[in-house]
Design a protein around this ligand. Structure first.
Ligand code: ZN
Length: 187
């Protein structure tokens, strides 16, 4: 951040009085600009024994497969966000969504909230951010072409424990300097 979103003047990184970490503080109007993690809502959606995947039409990971997911918007619930992303990316209409996993990615300051649910119909079609959308059985999943580690781990957990394991999967991810991503289970 270089400029204040309130007044347009320069900002400096400093520890505000009474705080314990550096923030961007406006040199002019003194507004403190807090930066916090982003929430991403996503869904593992099934039709019979198949799971919906979307082939990304956007960077990063253009051309790779992912579960429908995206940043939450203001004024919506996390389940509404997951349903909206499913509609936007795959024109997928979903029934009730159930919380499946909470995955923290401290190295990206992101939190993924993944749901499971059933498609209301298999009438799906790519939205603006997808090249293709497709339903895959477990054996058909293109494991080598899944866009993000959080998505492959979500799929692995889903196929291992099912949608109704009786608990919400809770884990965090680390990334080593050589960019290897690992999952750590918390409960
Ligand atoms: Zn300012």
């Amino acid at each position: 951040m270089n400029y204040c979103s309130q007044c347009g003047k320069t900002v400096s990184s400093k520890i505000p009085e009474g705080d314990n970490r550096e923030r961007y503080v406006c040199d002019s109007c003194k507004t403190i600009h807090y930066q916090n993690p982003n929430n991403i809502a996503g869904a593992i959606l099934t039709w019979q024994d198949k799971v919906l995947l979307c082939k990304r039409a956007i960077d990063p990971r253009y051309g790779q497969w992912t579960l429908p997911a995206g940043f939450m918007e203001n004024n919506e619930t996390v389940a509404q966000a997951a349903a909206r992303e499913s509609m936007e990316e795959a024109n997928a209409r979903v029934g009730a969504l159930k919380l499946f996993g909470v995955f923290s990615m401290p190295y990206l300051s992101q939190v993924y909230l993944m749901f499971t649910g059933s498609l209301i119909s298999d009438d799906i079609a790519p939205g603006a951010e997808s090249l293709e959308v497709e339903l895959f059985t477990r054996d058909q999943i293109p494991w080598q072409e899944i866009a993000f580690p959080v998505m492959s781990h979500s799929l692995e957990l889903f196929f291992r424990f099912g949608a109704d394991s009786g608990k919400v999967h809770h884990a965090w991810f680390s990334r080593s300097p050589d960019r290897e991503v690992k999952i750590h289970f918390e409960s």
